[in-house]
Design a protein around this ligand. Sequence first.
Ligand SMILES: [Zn+2]
Ligand SMILES: [Zn+2]
Length: 89
Amino acid sequence: MIGRCHHCATDSETYYNCANMDCNELFLCCESCLKAHVGCCCHECQEAPRLRPYKLSAKPFRRWYHYADTKEALYQLAGKDVPQREEPL
Ligand SMILES: [Zn+2]
Ligand SMILES: [Zn+2]
């Protein structure tokens, strides 16, 4: 079943999570709008302080922590300071 892009209402069947980690809205988006809005659901989110990098957010149906190769990267993606000591996540 095909839906419509959240931004331009063109036919689209792919859901993305908003790149703004404080929003994380799941929305339908076409590829060109995804690029134009850097993976965000709305203009406000584009200016939010905690954005996932566009390339990472451009993959649908995956959570941000799948993109982290190291624990340091995981914390950075989560917008947290990397802890000094070993701690379970
Ligand atoms: Zn669109
Ligand atoms: Zn958003």
